[in-house]
Design a protein around this ligand. Sequence first.
Ligand SMILES: *Cc1c(COP(=O)(O)O)cnc(C)c1O
Length: 379
Amino acid sequence: MQMVVDLFSLPRDPAGRQSASVEVDSGYFRAMTTTGSTASNIVGMAVGREWLGVHDRGVSYCQDGYDGQVVVVTNMAHATVWKAASILGIGRKQVVEIPGMGLTDGDDEERVLEEEVKKLKDAGKAILVFLAFGEVNTGIFPRNTRRIAEICKKYNAYFHIDGAFGIYARCSPKYAHLADGLELAHSITACGHKWLNVPYDCGLFLYRQTLEKPIMEPLFSSTAAYLRPSGTPFSHPMNISIENSQRFRSLPVWATLRAYGREGYRKIVEENCRFAKTLYDWMKLSRPDLYTVLTEDCPLNIVVFAKTQSDSGRESYEELDKKNAELLARINQTGVAYFSPTVWKGKPAIRAAISNWQTTVELDWEPVRVMLEEQASIA
Ligand SMILES: *Cc1c(COP(=O)(O)O)cnc(C)c1O
């Protein structure tokens, strides 16, 4: 798992697990596997809530029960943030979304975030900031994660980043600036079965090693007379995550990192992003008559677009939605590419997310281009 910490260029205890001191927050990270990014988000929110109990309220929620005072503040969040709040009993309505993060100019989004956090804090709440890294429709990142980390510090908020695929921007010097400030989070969600391309049932959870003994162990430990995993100075996985029995999920992670390494993942990430940019530029510059891209830019590996409207431009939402859905169904039936439906800024849209390790511009762009031209030209 140290290889995972290294893959994302996060600081890691050079002496390894055993000498880790929990007294001083060195900023070192550790990683573990989960069943997916949903599970990592649930773990992150649970750890965050317990941390807030101990560090903001002076109580242990996992011992004494929860007082309902935590609010989750988020931006452009993935649906699983509400799911995690629901499962954990924080409540879906206690998730506050700051609109438009990453989309405004200047320092507006941080100002809006700070105002919201201050308001909640003044109302006696404890704050769990849950930041999306790489918005699911567009790949957009927060503009200034360092500033957001400062706000968290100022208001004693817990800081989690959901970087399920956005975190992979750290694999390439070309894109790493997008994910700058990642290392300031308390904990991070990453996905194994997305851009790492390992089989399903692999999420990653990265966390400050100082959380392990005082927060994660009390929260997750399950002691039974017949289970005696300890005897080593580091925590047993059973006592710092959801499952007791777990399969050896880190094996494929280890194998692929041994085989490809950081250099291999740099190439995969860059090639996938290059494919997305090729697709984006083609739609925007060559065939705006067929396809309309819905963002100003293509920062990472995702393109969000729609079928170009007819000249009258007066179609209703339902008509547009139907046309896009029909086009998407035809595209996916070809078997050449697989895109998904979405809504972006209130408009029905189609989303292309490129993350397969085998996809290259050289081999795949031409067939995709021909297919997209053919399918959009039918009616
Ligand atoms: C995919 C995704 C998730 C959920 O991941 P699963 O592995 O399907 O559970 C959560 N957050 C983000 C940002 C994602 O992209």
